[in-house]
Design a protein around this ligand. Structure first.
Ligand code: ADP
Ligand code: ADP
Length: 222
């Protein structure tokens, strides 16, 4: 069964029709990219799946259950990272586990593991303002992985990473995708990035956002 089902989702912002009748399914262990030009509704769709923005009509079903708000089975990384500026990298990464009431020793052990996975070992005790934008993005990703949600929602996770480090960061992410067997939904406007990281690409066309095509970029590689 698909982990996430998007069923007949429509979204209007006042008189702006952002999404029209989106139907999609997302499976475990697969990375799906939502690709399309600026304004086609990628971020809106991701936020609706996250439960952060209400749909005008339609529903989101996660693990067989219709959801109407955020939940622990979905973790997300958005462009503004939303890190706590007063907390260290270690505490930021372990924060979702802290909210669940996990003891410090255990959550720090898990946090350290993901800090290492995203290549930030040695930065555990730094504060967000001491890091570059790309490093802050990695902290956001480590935090999302650490909570062990079934579904990871990522909005342009490489946008703040400079050109030289981007490929390395993409490879780190792909390794995590393969290791963790989770459901990944990833937003980008870069075709190059989409083809490199995705099992499946959903092309959205703008005004209003609609699914115009679904592509499996891995088919020709095997
Ligand atoms: P993206 O990088 O995904 O194209 P934008 O920079 O266009 O995103 O927008 C960033 C955020 O601002 C979006 O998450 C969206 O919720 C909000 N936003 C975009 N367009 C408008 C608008 N016309 N009015 C109010 N908020 C908007
Ligand atoms: P994308 O992520 O593909 O750039 P968005 O989801 O940010 O697209 O935006 C889709 C459409 O909805 C755009 O026309 C945008 O201006 C509009 N929009 C997004 N967020 C808001 C908002 N909070 N208020 C009003 N309009 C918005």
């Amino acid at each position: 069964d698909p982990v996430v089902r998007v069923e007949a989702i429509c979204k209007h912002y006042g008189s702006t029709e952002a999404l029209r009748n989106i139907d999609l399914q997302f499976e475990r262990g697969k990375l799906t990219t939502l690709l399309g030009p600026s304004g086609c509704g990628k971020t809106t769709l991701l936020k609706i799946i996250a439960g952060l923005v209400p749909a005008t009509s339609g529903q989101i079903v996660v693990n067989g259950r219709a959801v109407t708000g955020p939940g622990p089975e979905r973790a997300f990384v958005f462009q503004d990272f939303a890190l706590m500026p007063w907390a260290t990298v270690l505490r930021n990464v372990g924060f979702g586990l802290e909210l669940k009431g996990m003891a410090a020793a255990e959550r720090n052990r898990i946090a350290r593991r993901y800090i290492e996975e995203v290549g930030l070992q040695g930065f555990e005790d730094k504060y967000p303002h001491e890091l570059s934008g790309g490093m802050r993005q990695r902290v956001g990703i480590a935090r999302a992985f650490a909570v062990n949600a079934d579904v990871l929602l990522l909005d342009e996770p490489f946008s703040a990473v400079d050109e030289q480090n981007r490929r390395k960061f993409q490879e780190d992410l792909l390794r995590l995708v393969e290791m963790e067997r989770k459901t990944f939904i990833f937003v980008t406007h870069s075709i190059e990035e989409a083809v490199y990281v995705s099992d499946r690409i959903v092309l959205l066309s703008p005004r209003p956002g609609r699914v115009s095509n679904i592509i499996d970029p891995r088919i020709d590689r095997t």
